[in-house]
Design a protein around this ligand. Structure first.
Ligand SMILES: [Zn+2]
Length: 137
């Protein structure tokens, strides 16, 4: 995520990281107020305007979009989950997540280079996990 933002020319500060994480942890569309409530639980020093600004930023880099359902409240819908890579075991079907912050930077750049509208990432490595390799021997 840090790398991703850096490729877009944004710095990831600890505050910003906390807000981003809170946003992606909420598994639904949220308003700025709802996100602020959640952020406040973790760090009460972060003000509402900071949360709001960062929500705008999340939209600007293409990770979320504003939605209005006509009740006067702007909510935010994430366009991608927090990107993760997956190791997929072909034998036991287990998936192991790993951090792909650096890879995502490369993918986002590739999308930008080809004027491709980025809607999400999928990074999967197929193979056999440690346990299944042992069983095979
Ligand atoms: Zn396995």
């Amino acid at each position: 995520m840090k790398e991703f933002l850096r490729t877009k020319g944004f710095k990831m500060t600890p505050q910003r990281e906390l807000i981003f994480r809170a946003f992606f942890e909420l598994e639904r569309n949220v308003s700025a107020e709802e996100l602020y409530e959640k952020v406040k639980e973790k760090d009460s020093s972060i003000g509402f305007s900071t949360v709001w600004r960062n929500l705008k930023l999340i939209c600007k880099v293409g990770l979320a979009q504003e939605i209005n359902i006509g009740d006067g409240i702007t909510r935010y819908d994430r366009l991608t989950k927090v990107p993760h890579g997956y190791l997929f075991c072909l034998s036991c079907k287990k998936t192991i997540e790993f951090n792909v912050d650096q890879v995502v930077g490369v993918l986002a750049q590739a999308a930008t280079d080809h004027k491709f509208k980025n809607k999400g990432f999928k990074i999967e490595v197929q193979g056999y996990c440690k346990d299944c390799q042992k069983k095979k021997k």
